[in-house]
Design a protein around this ligand. Structure first.
Ligand SMILES: [Zn+2]
Length: 317
C-alpha cells in the first residue's frame, strides 16, 4: 500500500486537507469552514478533531501530518507566533495536540515556504536545486529552497519577500512600513489603486465594472482587458516593480529558477511581461537568464506544499 501524509492548508475561513502520496497524488480531500467568532482554543480543537477524523478514516493511516498556514511560524516548536488572518492566533502550539491525538509526527509551516517546497518537489521547480518561489495573491509571500532543502533562516522567518521596501515613499503597508512590495503589488494593492482611480473619476470603464461594489484587482484587470489604458498602466507598473524585487533577489540567491503561484497570475502577460523584462534587465551576468516558471499545482498547491514539508521532515531534513 502507498504511504501517505495528511496535509492541511489552514486559512482564515477554511481548512482544506487531504491525504497525499510521496509522488504528489492527492488521494482524498476535504474542505471545511472553520467556525466563525470562535476562540483560538476552539479553532485549534476544531482543526484537530477534523484532521484526526480524516486520519482515522484512511487505510493505511498517514505516517505524518503537516499544516501550512499564513503568518510567522516557528516550525521547530510547532508554533504559530502570529497569524494575520486568524484573530487571536498568537504563540499557539498547534502540532502537539495533533501529534498526541494521531500518534504520528505533526509539523507546521508557513504557507509560502510550504508552497516553495511543494513546487520544488512536485511542481514547476522539479529538477532545481536552488529555487525562489513567490506567492502572488491578496498578499505577497515567498519561500526559498537552497541546496535541495527548505531554507527557514535563523528564526524561521526567511522568505518574507512581501516586506522588502521597493519605494520608500510608496503606499503604507499593513506591517507599518511604507512601500513594501506587498503594499505596491498584490491583490490588496491593486484594489487600492483601483479605488484611487475611481475616487479621482479617472475610469468610466472601471466605474461600470465595479458598480456599487468594492473595487478589486480582478475589476482593475477586467477594465484593462477592455481597453482602459490607465488600468492597464497600473498593472504593468505593478509588474515592473515585482520584476525589480525579483531581479534583486535573483542577484542575491542565484537560483536555478523563479517559480510563481497565486491569484494574480490571472493577470497574465499584462503583469508578467513587464515583470520578466525588469527582472532580467536587473539581474547580473548569467543570472539574467534565470527562468521564470508558473506553478503547475493549481488549487492543490497548498496541500502539496504541506505534504512536501511532511515528507522532507520525515526524511530528517
Ligand atoms: Zn510591509
Amino acid at each position: 500500500m502507498t504511504q501517505t501524509v495528511l496535509a492541511a492548508d489552514f486559512g482564515g475561513t477554511h481548512l482544506r486537507a487531504g491525504l497525499v502520496t510521496a509522488d504528489g497524488a492527492v488521494i482524498s480531500r476535504l474542505d471545511h469552514a472553520t467556525p466563525e467568532n470562535a476562540t483560538p482554543a476552539e479553532i485549534v480543537r476544531d482543526v484537530t478533531n477534523l484532521l484526526v477524523r480524516a486520519a482515522r478514516a484512511a487505510t493505511p493511516p498517514p505516517v505524518a501530518a503537516c499544516i501550512a498556514t499564513a503568518g510567522l511560524i516557528n516550525a521547530e516548536a510547532g508554533m504559530v507566533i502570529f497569524a494575520p488572518n486568524i484573530p487571536g492566533f498568537r504563540n499557539l502550539v498547534l502540532t502537539t495536540p495533533l501529534a498526541a491525538e494521531l500518534g504520528i509526527p505533526a509539523f507546521i509551516e508557513n504557507d509560502a515556504s510550504a508552497a516553495a517546497l511543494g513546487e520544488f518537489r512536485f511542481g514547476a521547480g522539479r529538477g532545481c536545486r536552488d529555487l525562489l518561489h513567490a506567492t502572488l495573491g491578496t498578499g505577497i509571500g515567498g519561500g526559498l529552497v537552497i541546496e535541495g532543502r527548505l531554507y527557514r533562516g535563523s528564526r524561521g522567518l526567511a522568505g518574507e519577500i512581501g516586506h522588502m521596501i521597493i519605494d520608500p515613499s510608496g503606499a503604507r503597508c499593513r506591517c507599518g512600513s511604507r512601500g513594501c512590495l506587498e503594499a505596491m503589488v498584490s491583490g490588496v494593492a491593486f484594489a487600492n489603486r483601483a479605488r484611487i482611480l475611481l475616487d479621482a473619476g479617472k475610469s468610466e470603464v472601471l466605474r461600470e465594472i465595479v458598480g456599487y461594489g468594492e473595487p478589486t484587482a480582478a475589476a482593475l484587470h477586467r477594465a484593462a482587458q477592455v481597453g482602459d489604458t490607465l488600468c492597464e498602466a497600473e498593472i504593468r507598473h505593478g509588474g515592473h516593480l515585482l520584476g525589480l524585487a525579483l531581479g534583486g533577489l535573483v542577484n542575491v540567491l542565484d537560483p536555478d529558477a523563479v517559480t510563481l503561484s497565486g491569484g494574480l497570475l490571472a493577470m497574465g502577460d499584462m503583469l508578467l511581461d513587464p515583470m520578466r523584462q525588469a527582472m532580467h534587465s536587473l539581474a547580473y551576468g548569467a543570472a539574467a537568464g534565470t527562468p521564470v516558471k508558473l506553478s503547475t499545482l493549481g488549487d492543490d498547491g497548498g496541500l502539496l506544499g504541506a505534504a512536501a514539508v511532511a515528507f522532507e521532515r520525515l526524511e530528517g531534513r
